[in-house]
Design a protein around this ligand. Structure first.
Ligand SMILES: C[S@@+](CC[C@H](N)C(=O)[O-])C[C@H]1O[C@@H](n2cnc3c(N)ncnc32)[C@H](O)[C@@H]1O
Length: 225
């Protein structure tokens, strides 16, 4: 079911402009935009410090990035989310709570290189990305080779992708893609909530829903070789 547009979406988005790096698509051709359009941020100016940068792709309502930003004030977080309706909730939470170390991109992840400097991200989080099991949708999966090539541009040497999902087939697909595309996979668990990493895990909105239904959570850390 399609989500109804939030009331006063545009003025409310405008009210969040201090933490919104960019909104929308610079042009309809994402591939062309990613190659040609450049509005690369200066993290020093954006965050007014030189702290490391972690990126969340598909942040949804922002529960994860808000909690992470509070736990790790010495890390700068950039959260990208294509859907304005949901990223608005995330941004309003950040402003309401007075959190200083999060900025947002309301754009498709395909055009991240237009905005983020090359080799600037230490860690990238992919939390409960849509598995898109149909073969015809493979390109849209956030762990397809197409997206891994984008992440490789952005990640620092030895940078990491932390992926969590409830879908076993998507998890197996992702581990295969990471392995085939220059990443080493570690910290693999097929039941994160009953693993040695459970205590430090920050639970996302989708993760809570799946876990409440008794489903196991799959997690991998893929390190760029
Ligand atoms: C299933 S939700 C998970 C939300 C959140 N990470 C969580 O765990 O609760 C996936 C989110 O990824 C976003 N998304 C999907 N493809 C994207 C893309 N190419 N660029 C940016 N965001 C994307 C969707 O709009 C959606 O909000």
């Amino acid at each position: 079911m399609r989500m109804r547009k939030k009331r006063n979406l545009d003025p409310r988005m405008e009210a969040c402009s201090s933490i919104l790096i960019a909104r929308g698509r610079p042009c309809l051709n994402l591939k062309k935009a990613a190659e040609e359009y450049r509005a690369v941020v200066d993290y020093g100016k954006l965050f007014e410090n030189g702290n490391p940068v972690h990126l969340e792709v598909g942040c949804g309502n922002g529960g994860f990035v808000v909690e992470m930003a509070k736990r790790f004030p010495e890390v700068n977080f950039v959260a990208v989310e294509v859907c304005s309706n949901v990223v608005l909730t995330a941004m309003e939470r950040v402003l309401e709570e007075g959190i200083k170390n999060v900025r947002f991109l309301n754009t498709p992840a395909e055009i991240l290189p237009c905005y983020l400097p090359e080799k600037s991200v230490e860690r990238l989080y992919l939390n409960f990305s849509t598995p898109l099991p149909q073969t015809s949708c493979e390109r849209q999966r956030l762990t397809s080779k197409r997206f891994l090539e984008i992440y490789k541009l952005l990640l620092k040497e030895g940078g990491e992708i932390w992926q969590k999902t409830d879908s076993e087939p998507f998890f197996d697909y992702s581990v295969e893609q990471f392995t085939q595309n220059g990443f080493a996979c570690g910290q693999i668990t097929r039941d994160l909530h009953n693993s040695e990493w459970a205590k430090e895990n920050v639970i996302t909105e989708y993760e809570k829903n799946f876990s409440d239904k008794g489903l196991p959570i799959y997690r991998v850390v893929a390190t760029l070789k």
